[in-house]
Design a protein around this ligand. Structure first.
Ligand SMILES: O=C(O)CCC(=O)C(=O)O
Ligand SMILES: [Fe+2]
Length: 322
């Protein structure tokens, strides 16, 4: 997308979502992220093989198949901590795995991406710490015990406002969903309910994340296949989910969030940062190591806390959750 291309905010405001193809350049912006993860998987498979956790390094397999084999042999939902760009809600340790590589930081702060984000949230842009990478192998290759994880298998219906704390209810949070592999109906693209952002916050049930029970869903879902390089932008109240990966390959995405500087993040124990400030450029974080240090410091703080408190508002006591 050319920098001068205008985001159709009227459409976004009417529907609660917008798909824009070619926001990123696949070779320049996405390939370095893939290379960083290939290197990570290579290091992990060698380490785990040496430790006896894996029967092989699976070095001859391409990333997708290698990742699926690792899941099958390790069979531990915490495996995903090594790849995700966030920390778990509880049980964080001082050396909790998390991926904080420079290519991911460059994706978070990609100028092409921020030029588009700026049209939604203005020129003072904060990178919210509610962020994930989701690497979803074909569902049949995901061990049964791991299928409850929306990082590895399908995501249930929710609003993003439902997965943060009420402190951020007035935050103008924009979700940016970026497919690293082409997202198709077969491999588990996202689906949304157009216009659902106008209905306020719906009850979510702890599952153990937070999801909207089927009887409260309403509306007609629309599937959103998006090519790599494209992006989906979501209002924080738009109901969305992902389809199951019924393909032979992985479905890999990043979901990032941005809002104006100074607004609450909804996850106060995790570190956000100034991604762009036209008013005060010196406040921007520009060095990947500085960003990684924010997360490392948060991890040390969390490891010292007995009870990190709640991460969502839902108690499960509503009758609809019974
Ligand atoms: O990629 C997925 O499966 C879910 C993404 C999502 O819920 C989000 O981006 O807010
Ligand atoms: Fe979401």
């Amino acid at each position: 997308m050319a920098v001068s291309t205008r985001v159709d905010l009227d459409r976004f405001n009417a529907l609660g979502y917008l798909v824009i193809e070619d926001v990123l350049d696949a070779a320049e912006d996405i390939d370095p992220v893939v290379a960083e993860y290939e290197d990570l998987l290579d290091r992990l498979t060698h380490r785990w093989h040496a430790e006896g956790k894996l029967s092989d390094t699976f070095i001859s397999l391409p990333f997708a198949k290698r990742f699926a084999r690792v899941l099958q042999e390790v069979r531990d939902v915490n495996v995903m901590s090594h790849f995700d760009i966030s920390l778990p809600f509880r049980g964080v340790t001082a050396d909790n795995p998390i991926h904080l590589g420079p290519a991911v930081f460059r994706l978070l702060t990609n100028p092409r991406l921020l030029d588009v984000v700026e049209q939604f949230v203005g020129s003072e842009i904060y990178s919210n710490p509610i962020q994930h990478t989701r690497i979803k192998p074909p569902e049949r290759d995901v061990p049964e015990a791991l299928r409850a994880s929306s990082l590895l298998a399908k995501t249930d219906w929710h609003q993003d406002q439902g997965v943060h704390l009420p402190e951020a209810d007035d935050t103008d949070m924009l979700t940016v969903w970026l497919p690293i592999t082409n997202a198709t109906e077969e491999n588990g693209c996202l689906c949304v309910i157009p216009g659902s952002h106008n209905e306020g916050l719906t009850i979510h049930c702890p599952t153990p994340g937070a999801s909207i029970p089927a009887e409260l869903l309403g509306g007609q879902p629309v599937n959103l296949p998006i090519r790599r390089g494209g992006a989906l932008f979501l209002n924080r109240r738009t109901k969305h989910a992902s389809l199951t990966n019924n393909s032979d390959g992985i479905r890999w995405s990043f979901d990032l969030r941005y809002h104006p500087i100074g607004q609450a993040t909804g996850r106060p124990r995790f570190p956000g940062f100034v991604a762009r400030s036209r008013a005060n450029p010196a406040s921007e974080i520009q060095n990947p190591e500085d960003w990684a240090d924010l997360w490392r410091a948060a991890r040390v703080r969390l490891a010292e806390i007995e009870d990190p408190g709640k991460f969502t508002r839902w108690t499960g006591t509503e009758p609809v959750c019974a």
